[in-house]
Design a protein around this ligand. Structure first.
Ligand SMILES: [Zn+2]
Ligand SMILES: [Zn+2]
Length: 265
């Protein structure tokens, strides 16, 4: 079984009860679970910030973590999935410096006028705009990596999960992402958020993972689970996936912070 899942949501954003998520990780035999609730500091045209006020409630989740840690063996890490919009670089930087999470994931969910994260959103979007959406997305993802704001880059090729956008990221664009990662402290995740849906694969697309590994890029693992049953099934999937490919991902080491572990990785 994998030892560390760094991407789990609770009711502090759009996930499930924190105790149930921790219990599922404990039952699955994980050494550590990283809670990474959505945090959005600003309004946007898709009103994603209406779904969470984690920028205000994160201290309450810390109290919950402290209480639950005394009941469960699995180590509970205090992480965050920050929504990244390059226009808010300074606000994000200031907030993260103040909040002091155990680790941070940065994620692009929309890029300019394109709502990349919303399945089905592109069904009514015409061809030129679909192509433009992918270009905008990759551009924002490059800015995220180069911002050095985050420990982890969330779902590197999120547009792959939309059937209308799938397969459109070019080899050159993947190479640009690869080179940017090579220069950045940020580490990408293998994200299992859509392995049992229409997409049916991890991010980044398995067809490019070997290219990344050959270039020396390392990964962390994230189920992106919003329900306990998702955590259980996706942890199993990630275990099989990493074993079948002989893939090394960041393990959990007791006493070592995620930050320190990533630096040494
Ligand atoms: Zn996300
Ligand atoms: Zn997520």
């Amino acid at each position: 079984m994998i030892s560390l899942d760094l991407h789990v949501h609770t009711t502090y954003s759009d996930g499930s009860d924190i105790r149930e998520m921790v219990a599922a990780a404990d039952d699955a035999g994980l050494d550590a679970i990283g809670l990474a609730d959505h945090c959005i500091l600003h309004e946007d045209r898709f009103r994603r910030c209406d779904r969470t006020d984690f920028d205000e409630t994160y201290p309450e989740r810390r109290s919950d973590i402290e209480r639950l840690q005394s009941e469960f063996d699995v180590t509970i890490l205090d992480g965050v999935e920050m929504n990244y919009d390059p226009a808010y670089h300074d606000e994000i930087q200031e907030f993260l410096a103040r909040a002091q999470f155990d680790y941070t994931i940065g994620s692009v969910h929309y890029a300019d006028e394109y709502h990349i994260a919303k399945t089905g959103w592109f069904a009514s979007v015409d061809e030129p705009d679909r192509a433009a959406a992918v270009d905008h997305y990759v551009d924002w993802q490059l800015q995220l990596i180069e911002s050095e704001l985050f420990d982890i880059v969330g779902h590197l090729d999120l547009c792959e999960r939309s059937s209308e956008l799938r397969g459109r990221i070019t080899d050159e664009q993947y190479d640009d992402l690869l080179e940017a990662l090579g220069r950045s402290r940020s580490v990408p995740e293998i994200n299992a958020g859509r392995v049992f849906d229409d997409y049916g694969a991890v991010h980044p697309n398995p067809r490019v993972i070997d290219r990344f590994l050959d270039s020396g890029v390392r990964f962390v693992l994230g189920s992106d689970a919003h329900k306990p049953t998702e955590l259980t099934k996706r942890a199993e999937y990630l275990t099989d996936f990493t074993e079948s490919r002989d893939l090394e991902c960041l393990p959990f080491e007791n006493g070592l912070s995620v930050d320190e572990a990533l630096k040494a990785y």
